[in-house]
Design a protein around this ligand. Structure first.
Ligand SMILES: [Zn+2]
Length: 257
């Protein structure tokens, strides 16, 4: 991963996604914001008990770092719901409930919040469609990534073989322990254990994207463990009461390749 900075905000970039025209993205860390205490400092979630004014300022910094005027997020519920987002949230309207966000509108950033769950970005350079997916283990059990690829196909005519995918930071095989995995994971996923009870959720996302038709050569994985990197990332497993870091993808509206 490449590292970038903007006015004290630290973020990571996927090298191959960053090299593509027509799209911009950033995996933000927790550094460079104004939130305090357990939420220090770049928390982007209104739903964890942080000061809303601080969250608004943090989100403003994310948008500024990417040169975006609009940043949109949804209420994430570890489900298969999707929202096509093509403009700012109308005043007074609550955000959608969705774990899959899609857009064709240049300059509109799709924001996924995380604290151990992966944000998985998808991009079709030809059709100029971007998606950002909240992908925790509950989403993986439901194959939320396969669902996202199918939606891109059905709603926008994207061919899976044209997609680029980037798997964000999340619990690594070092820390993804599931004591109750026999109850929580279907048997076909038990092979993803690297030792008893510990799962390689990075490989699982890679395989689910490949099974949906994304070419393996177009799948990038951050391979950064949120629980092992307390300076960079919030981790629910590590801290329980904590903030959420943000991952953003946006179409830049550059000429098509
Ligand atoms: Zn770890």
């Amino acid at each position: 991963m490449q590292v970038g900075h903007s006015h004290g905000v630290k973020y990571y970039l996927f090298p191959r996604l960053a090299a593509l025209p027509g799209v911009r993205h950033a995996v933000f860390t927790r550094q460079g914001g104004v939130s305090r205490g357990a939420f220090a400092s770049l928390n982007i979630s209104f739903g964890v008990g942080d000061d809303p004014g601080a969250v608004r300022e943090n989100r403003r910094r994310l948008a500024a770092a990417l040169g975006l005027t609009t940043l949109r997020s949804a209420r994430q519920v570890h489900g298969l719901g999707a929202a096509v987002i093509e403009g700012p949230l109308p005043a007074g309207q609550p955000p959608e409930t969705a774990d899959i966000l899609l857009t064709t509108r240049p300059g509109l950033g799709l924001l996924i919040a995380g604290a151990d769950c992966q944000a998985v970005m998808l991009y079709d350079p030809g059709r100029q469609v971007a998606a950002n997916v909240h992908c925790g283990w509950r989403g993986q059990v439901q194959d939320v990534l396969g669902r996202a690829v199918r939606l891109l196909k059905v709603e926008f005519g994207c061919r899976p073989e044209d997609l680029h995918a980037a798997i964000g930071p999340g619990l690594g095989p070092c820390c993804a322990e599931f004591v109750n995995y026999r109850r929580e994971f279907p048997r076909e996923l038990w092979d993803y254990q690297v030792r008893p009870g510990y799962f390689d959720l990075w490989r699982l996302s890679t395989d689910q994207l490949a099974a949906a038709g994304v070419p393996p050569g177009r799948i990038e994985c951050a391979r950064l463990c949120t629980r092992c990197l307390p300076e960079d990332f919030y981790s629910y497993r590590r801290e329980r009461t904590t903030g959420r870091h943000g991952a953003v993808i946006a179409l830049s509206g550059a000429p098509r390749p």
